[in-house]
Design a protein around this ligand. Structure first.
Ligand code: SF4
Ligand code: SF4
Length: 199
C-alpha cells in the first residue's frame, strides 16, 4: 500500500486509531455472547490446514448447534495479500454463527486447545485473536465497520477503555514484546502531539 501512516513496525503500518478507538475494558461473552463470531472470519491457508489437522478433536467438542460435516466448514479459497500465504479461506456461517462457535458463545477451536492444556491460541485464526484489531491493506487498524455491528462493545456507555489498552496481550502476540514497546512509545508521542494540536 502507499504511505498513508507515519509509523511502521515489523512491516505493518500503524493506524493511530488503534490508540484512540474507545472499547470495553475486556471482552466478556456473558455480556455479548461472542456476537463478533456471528459472521465467520477469514483464515490464512496455513491456519485452515492446521484446523483441519485437528478436525476429529473439533468434532468431538462440538455441540448440536454446530455442523460436524467438515465439507461445510470453509468457503472456497480467495487470493488476499493481507494473509501470510496470500490465500484466505472464510469460515462458513451455520445456524446464524461461525461454524466453530458453540451455543454458549465459545470458540471450539480455542476450547480444544484449552481442554488439552495447550496454548489457548494455538489453532485460533489470527483475525479472531485480533478483533477489533485488523490488518487491512498492510496496516494495523481497527475493524470499525464490524465493531459498529456489535450491541455490547460498540455501545458508548460500555466503552470505558481503548482498543490499545484492552488488547495488550493480542498486540504483544502480534508484534512481540519489542514491537509492543515500540508501539507504546509511538502511542505516547502521537497522543502528546495531538494534545498540542488540540490546545
Ligand atoms: S469483541 Fe465484542 S463481541 Fe467480540 S468477544 Fe469482545 S466484547 Fe464480545
Ligand atoms: S473461528 Fe472461533 S473465534 Fe473465529 S469467528 Fe469462528 S468461532 Fe469466532
Amino acid at each position: 500500500m502507499g504511505k498513508k501512516f507515519d509509523k511502521q513496525i515489523k512491516g505493518l503500518w500503524i493506524d493511530p486509531l488503534v490508540f484512540t478507538q474507545k472499547f470495553v475494558k475486556a471482552c466478556d461473552i456473558c455480556h455479548c455472547s461472542g456476537e463478533c463470531c456471528y459472521y465467520g472470519v477469514y483464515t490464512d491457508k496455513k491456519e485452515h490446514d492446521k484446523i483441519l489437522g485437528i478436525k476429529d478433536r473439533i468434532i468431538a467438542s462440538m455441540d448440536d448447534s454446530q455442523t460436524k460435516n467438515v465439507e461445510k466448514w470453509f468457503e472456497a479459497p480467495e487470493k488476499d495479500d493481507d494473509f501470510e500465504s496470500g490465500i484466505a479461506y472464510g469460515t462458513e456461517v451455520h445456524n446464524g454463527k461461525c461454524v466453530f462457535l458453540d451455543k454458549q458463545g465459545f470458540c471450539t477451536i480455542q476450547k480444544v486447545a484449552v481442554d488439552s492444556q495447550e496454548f489457548k491460541w494455538k489453532y485460533k485464526p489470527l483475525y479472531c485473536i485480533l478483533f477489533p484489531l485488523v490488518i487491512y491493506n498492510g496496516a494495523l487498524t481497527v475493524d470499525d465497520d464490524h465493531l459498529a455491528r456489535m450491541h455490547y462493545c460498540s455501545k458508548v456507555g460500555n466503552q470505558v477503555s481503548t482498543v490499545f489498552d484492552a488488547c495488550k496481550n493480542e498486540l504483544i502476540y502480534l508484534l512481540g514484546e519489542d514491537g509492543f514497546q515500540e508501539l507504546d512509545e509511538y502511542r505516547k508521542i502521537f497522543l502528546k502531539r495531538n494534545k498540542k494540536v488540540e490546545a
